[in-house]
Design a binder for this molecule. Sequence first.
Ligand code: CAA
Length: 287
Amino acid sequence: MLALGARLARAGGARRGLRGLAGGTPAPPGEERMVAAEVVEGGVGVLRLDRPKALNALCGPLMRQVLGQMRAWEVDPAVRAVVLAGKGKCFAAGADIKEMAALDFPEAHKGALLEAWDEMSRLKKPVVGAVHGYALGGGCELAMMCDLLVCSEEAKFGQPEILLGTIPGMGGTQRLTRAVGKALAMDMCLTGRRLGAEEALRSGLVSRVFPTGEHEEGALALAREVAKFSLPVAAMVKECVNSAHELSLAEGLRLEKRQFWSTFALDDRKEGMTAFAEKRPADFRDR
Ligand code: CAA
């Protein structure tokens, strides 16, 4: 049996393309590639939104490529955690306004406009969002779908949909309110006011702020830290914490207790506690 370090090195390797493909899973034939994906040391998949000429606006093809890559990494044993970031000037300036502009209600309704993004919140592997520049509208909402969210000190978060005559449609009214509270969420959604990094940290929207240009390294370090632990345990943490927004306290506590007891069916729980008692690092096997 390989030690954890060796298994991670084997799983993550040095920087490499996924299954030998330089940019991860390929875009469908004829479709422009709008994400850049790589698996780096420590078993971390790094997915960068890569449509800089439109400030990474979340058009249909970009959405399909993000979800396709996330789906592939969910079942890839080489990937234990994911960093989601943006290439170019910013994380993402929102859903693609030009793509949506001509739609009418039946088209939005029948086509379930933007609903596919919900899959992000059902992923089992931990996702660290790394925001720089703008995270506006759908960009802010996508960032909030990540489990851990960090940013650089010049980051700007906002829900400016009201300026366009619409409302957030990827969870902004719900996740933002739960993250920062009603007062600030109303302020942002009703006026389109943007939140800087320090205010985002203070209000609980992000957990860490890094100097400009260092947010990806910071997110990567965080992802590598999480990637060292037991994957099934990390998935249980995700489910329990995310459920805190959806369940009553009594239901949430019941779920937590059941999941806590479930960890006693894992070799990793036994290994973690035995390693502590034996004063050595734990060797988690995801079992
Ligand atoms: N959709 C489509 N294209 C966008 C875009 C978006 N959300 N945001 C920026 N772009 C495009 C611009 O149209 C421009 O393209 P062209 O060069 O072809 O004209 C290019 O990206 C660069 O943008 P700017 O020239 O505007 O760059 P800037 O630095 O002057 O301004 C900005 C940056 C303040 C972010 C400005 O681009 C902006 O306000 N963007 C829109 C932000 C927004 O309203 N987001 C919410 C979208 S709706 C939504 O997301 C709904 C939802 O809930 C899911």
